[in-house]
Design a protein around this ligand. Structure first.
Ligand code: GDP
Length: 619
């Protein structure tokens, strides 16, 4: 077994004071050594030899060898034992036995946390609303959201994320706002189970319908208990009893018929019995005895994520166990980051978030996908190591996939009539465009060439993307994004092709042309120089001036420019003015400072990159 660590006890360098949380991989959880008797149970976690076992259970080796011999197995003292044999020996010598799965940190999804009972605290239930279309899911979500029991603030509060908490009788409920079983199952397909209770909405005037049945199937498959909300009891023709009877045919038996399904009649529209429904959820949660350990580092799931042009990757996380603190280092997917801001559903800043809290965070280094698991680590070093290990695994997985080539290789091969697979990675400014491109590119597969889109994500091209592309021989298609010069250099070093476009059909045309073995695009954009905005000042009549430093190439007056923030193009236009000190300049070269404006655009920020480019003939 790995050496136990002391992360939980170590003082952190930052200023959040004493942190008593334990790491999810701390020694506490692994108290049983890799082979140890614990209260009459022999617990082990890796293969053992006869000698190892003998020492651990304190039975001389000859006795074990003799016992096995009687069973018809001849073994030597150094022989490794399989699990069945270990079990057999344990039973013979009066021990119960248990194999503990040791999960290495890179596979934290598989970690089963067994908290000591004394650390467990009640946690709010996480609820998802499902049901047939038009049965009132959205209306119910709105009714719940607006049912502020203590309405302290005037007017409606804009909710910023798709998950929120409600307090009922001093207890909280967490709602996830993705009605429908598709989202629920998409999450589950990724190994994430985030829901404790499903509220199944059935309209009393319509009864059980196909998607009602599907929702029941999905909830059952996930082993998630159902509470039935018979909705629209105010509607003409409402027949709640019929609904309850229809549900019986699908093994959803209401309490009044001797089953264990709680049913609440409601009207989402008229706000009838909503509070009763919520109280029922609380009751169910109490029966389920939902608990978590707030005094460990957080572990949970990404509910939604996007690239925010102002702040970079932004994600809604559901903390499922432990406590997430501002400043924590978290690994999400293969990336790691530091929580730089954490807010609740109303945008209020949070210092910490306990089990079942949905939070919006910024500070991640890449945009994760919904369903990705996350885990917080006590040190940056640990988070980095785990993310690196996960990245390597991803590359390995990609490498074992099919090999491919560059776009011009593809062109040649198609012309030569050879069949080939072609790997692509898509990076775009929004997840929507990325998914649209993925779908369109995959559709282009021909009998000759099968197109595999390895990944389609929002955000700037990162070092890790280049690594993945290198490992899997993929071409990267970028849409409305810009790699910086460092990433470009890395791509060149590794022979990774990056094709950048700002118009979807141009990107698709380029691919189409290559697939048909045609000549590809004649005019290409060439980056002439890159300047970093270091100071900003505003002048009446002139607008926002960016005090800049030319990092590479040169910037010429009146050139075409793009404004790039966090690797994403946020504006495409032309330079307004270019000055060295107080004088107009015709060109400013690498290593020099200048002041510049972008014609008709003032939203420049420190840290932005201005990229000057020109259209040139392709070589
Ligand atoms: P969803 O597709 O399940 O999200 O259903 P919606 O919430 O969009 O509701 C569908 C329709 O049913 C809308 O016209 C609602 O106004 C109506 N509706 C929802 N709840 C009630 C209710 O309690 N009573 C009545 N009479 N109509 C309702």
């Amino acid at each position: 077994m790995k050496k136990s660590n002391n992360y939980g006890k170590k003082k952190n360098n930052d200023k959040r004071g004493r942190d008593n949380r334990v790491s999810n991989f701390s020694s506490e959880r692994r108290k049983p050594e890799y082979a140890k008797v614990n209260g009459g149970v022999f617990v082990y976690s890796k293969p053992l030899s006869v000698t190892d076992l003998s020492q651990a259970i304190n039975i001389p080796t000859p006795e074990i060898i003799k016992f096995l011999f009687m069973q018809g197995q001849a073994v030597t003292i150094n022989q490794m034992l399989d699990d069945d044999t270990i079990g057999l020996i344990c039973l013979q010598f009066g021990y119960d036995f248990k194999k503990e799965e040791v999960v290495d940190k890179a596979h934290f999804e598989e970690l089963v946390i067994e908290d000591d009972e004394k650390h467990l605290k009640e946690r709010p239930p996480v609820v998802t609303i499902m049901g047939h279309v038009d049965h009132g899911k959205t209306t119910l979500i709105d009714a719940i959201r607006n049912s502020r029991i203590v309405d302290t603030e005037a007017g409606a509060i804009t909710q910023e994320i798709g998950a929120y908490q409600k307090e009922v009788g001093g207890k909280k409920i967490t709602f996830i706002d993705t009605p429908g079983h598709a989202a629920f199952t998409a999450m589950r397909a990724r190994g994430a189970s985030v829901t404790d209770i499903v509220i199944l909405v059935v309209a009393a005037d319509d009864g059980v319908m196909p998607q009602t049945i599907e929702a029941i199937d999905h909830a059952k498959a996930a082993g998630v208990p159902i509470i039935v909300a018979v909705n629209k009891i105010d509607a003409p023709g409402a027949n709640p009893h019929k609904v309850i009877e229809q549900l019986m045919a699908h093994d959803v038996i209401a309490e009044e018929y001797g089953g264990d399904i709680m049913v609440q009649e409601i009207s989402a529209k008229k706000n009838i019995n909503i509070k009763d429904l919520l109280e029922m959820v609380i009751l169910k949660a109490e029966m389920l005895e939902l608990k978590a350990n707030p005094s460990r580092f957080a572990i949970g799931t990404v509910l939604e994520a996007e690239l925010d042009k102002g702040v970079g990757p932004k994600a809604t996380l559901l903390v499922q166990n432990g406590t997430l603190n501002f400043g924590d280092y978290v690994v999400v997917g293969e990336h790691y980051g530091k929580i730089r801001r954490m807010t609740n559903e109303f945008g209020a800043n949070l210092k910490s978030a306990g089990p079942s809290s949905p939070v919006s965070v910024i500070g991640l280094s890449a945009v994760p996908s919904a369903g990705d698991r996350f885990m917080a680590f006590p040190t940056e070093k640990e988070a980095r190591e785990v993310s690196e290990a996960r990245m390597l695994e991803k590359q390995k997985a990609a490498r074992s996939g099919s090999a491919a080539m560059s776009l011009s290789d593809l062109n040649n091969l198609v012309t030569a009539g050879k069949v080939k697979d072609f790997n692509i990675m898509v990076k775009a400014d929004t997840d929507g465009s990325a998914q649209a491109l993925k779908a369109n590119l995959e559709k282009m597969s021909t009998e000759q060439v099968k197109i595999h889109v390895l990944s389609a994500t929002a955000g700037a091209i990162s070092d890790n993307d280049i690594l993945l592309a290198t490992a899997s021989n993929a071409v990267i298609f970028g849409f409305n994004i810009r790699p910086d010069s460092r990433v470009r250099a890395l791509a060149q070093e590794n022979g990774v092709e990056i094709h950048l476009h700002n118009i979807i059909y141009e990107l698709l045309d380029e691919m189409e042309a290559s697939l048909k073995g045609m000549e590809v695009v004649e005019k290409v954009e060439k980056v002439m120089g890159e300047a970093e905005i270091r100071h900003i000042w505003k002048m009446a009549h002139v607008g926002t001036i960016g005090g800049s430093y030319v990092r590479s190439g040169s910037i010429k007056a009146k050139s075409k420019v793009r404004l790039i923030r966090d690797g994403v193009i946020i504006y495409d236009g032309t330079l307004g003015s270019l000055k060295r000190y107080k004088d107009d300049a015709s060109e400013v070269r690498e290593g020099y400072e200048c002041g510049l404006t972008i014609a008709g655009y003032n939203d420049i920020k420190e840290g932005d990159i201005v990229e000057a480019y020109a259209l040139v003939e392709a070589e």
